[in-house]
Design a protein around this ligand. Structure first.
Ligand code: GRF
Length: 187
């Protein structure tokens, strides 16, 4: 099986990156993580790129100049799937035209509910019975592209933001690889 070249964008902890690297060691996992992109030079997740000898690039998102160089890198490296995994910046709209249907994101709520930040807090404030996480295609509107995979769990009466985060991120380890399998199932 010929694996597709993928890149992972991060900003912080990188637990999804760590998991995707682990998954990609399986011979039947559809992608190979060729590069990592971070807008934060202190992102803890960069350690997983270093440990696994995956090249990483830092981007400065303060103005849109970086986008030209980033696009060239992704094209040069023949990247076919861009995984946003805790990437906390909004990419410029022209980026989506270039990589249509090739960018996916993981979000810690049951989209279309609770787009944007502070999802756990809002889930609790809204007294939701269920929550979970979603992997979706990225388009020009925030957290609004088509859903690829979603996983749900029941909110317990004693759940707080911390426990919701732990439970959600545990499910993220399952849903992100599953979404990637799903994308390539028929390809
Ligand atoms: C994840 O919970 C993801 O849903 C959200 O940001 C968090 C990133 O975590 N978009 P990590 O950096 O992968 O540990």
């Amino acid at each position: 099986m010929v694996k597709k070249n993928a890149c992972v964008f991060i900003s912080g902890t990188g637990s999804n990156l760590k998991n995707l690297i682990l998954q990609s060691r399986n011979y039947n996992f559809p992608i190979n993580i060729k590069i990592v992109i971070s807008n934060n030079r202190n992102a803890f997740g960069l350690i997983y790129a270093k440990r696994n000898a995956i090249r990483y690039f830092l981007i400065n998102t303060k103005n849109d100049k970086y986008i030209h160089q980033l696009t060239n890198t992704l094209i040069k490296e023949k990247i076919e799937l861009i995984c946003l995994a805790g990437f906390m910046k909004i990419l410029p709209k022209k980026f989506f035209d270039l990589f249509r249907k090739k960018i996916i994101n993981i979000h810690p709520s049951l989209l279309p509910k609770f787009k944007g930040l502070n999802t756990y807090k809002r889930v609790l404030e809204n007294k939701e019975k269920k929550t979970g996480c979603t992997v979706h295609y990225v388009n020009k509107k925030l957290d609004s592209g088509n859903t690829i995979c979603q996983k749900t769990f029941y909110v317990a009466p004693n759940d707080d933001e911390f426990s919701l985060k732990i439970k959600t991120q545990r499910l993220e380890r399952v849903v992100f690889p599953e979404a990637i399998f799903k994308i390539y199932r028929y390809n």
